[in-house]
Design a protein around this ligand. Structure first.
Ligand SMILES: Nc1nc2c(c(=O)[nH]1)N[C@H]1C(S)=C(S)[C@@H](COP(=O)(O)O)O[C@H]1N2
Ligand SMILES: [Mo]
Length: 228
């Protein structure tokens, strides 16, 4: 639900297209059918596509918080709960190792994020294909994106197409620099990154908001960085 702004955040109004600069001009061309490749410490590596359409649909209304300090309030997302995908499809079909609690999420534009499985199984984490009563646009991650509102924007992977479950971190490399990555990145605890405290990163990141929005809005090179 919408609530007061968390520490260090400001209300930017609309939802700007955003991310690390290297992703600004990457618009995956394949935005039709959601397809998720499931791998890692699993008995069966597999691809989920039609199975996803059989799951119960859910709606959440939530605020979205980018680590660089902008927030977009009261967004209405529709899609399927990550928990349902895991319990009804991934667990019975892929049979991940019981101790596989380290999850890597990958996207068609090459972006990556990781989260503990327990964070992904919360009741407000969805794989969304609709935003504010319209099908998700290519700008915002069509055909499918993760929405984990308790976690900073960089964990909310757009164009998601691969999910890997691991018992131990297999040497995962985050999209950004090491200090930008926090294993959980919870907004409530201002876990903006590792190495430096959240309040310090606030000041470092804030000047990047306007130029980054401009670069993302003006991106014209439609590079397709499909990682399979
Ligand atoms: N695949 C992918 N997912 C991504 C990003 C990206 O560049 N590529 N940027 C992240 C960041 S930093 C933020 S704040 C949000 C922005 O989402 P939006 O572009 O839909 O506003 O997406 C996140 N997920
Ligand atoms: Mo972000």
């Amino acid at each position: 639900m919408s609530s007061a702004l968390p520490k260090g955040q400001f209300d930017i109004g609309k939802m700007p297209r955003f991310g690390l600069i290297q992703f600004a001009d990457r618009f995956p061309s394949e935005t039709g059918t959601p397809r998720l490749h499931i791998s890692g410490d699993v008995e069966n590596e597999l691809v989920l596509d039609e199975e996803l359409t059989g799951l119960q649909r859910t709606e959440i209304i939530a605020d979205f918080h980018c680590v660089t300090t902008w927030s977009s309030l009261g967004l209405r997302w529709q899609g399927i709960l990550f928990k349902h995908v895991f319990e009804q499809l991934i667990r019975p079909m892929a049979k991940p190792n019981e101790n596989a609690a380290f999850v890597i999420l990958k996207a068609r534009d090459g972006a990556r994020a990781s989260l503990p499985l327990s964070d992904l199984l919360q009741d407000n984490v969805i794989l969304a294909d609709w935003l504010n009563d319209k099908p998700l646009t290519r700008e915002h991650g069509a055909p499918l994106r993760l929405v984990a509102p308790d976690h900073y924007g960089y964990k909310n992977i757009k164009y998601i197409n691969r999910i890997a479950f691991h018992v131990q971190n297999p040497g995962y490399r985050p999209s950004g620099l090491r200090f930008m990555e926090h294993p959980r990145a919870r907004v409530a605890y201002e876990e903006r990154g590792s190495t430096f405290p959240g309040w310090l990163l606030r000041y470092a990141y804030k000047p990047l908001v306007k130029p980054t929005i401009r670069i993302f809005a003006n991106a014209t090179k439609f590079k397709d960085q499909d990682n399979g």
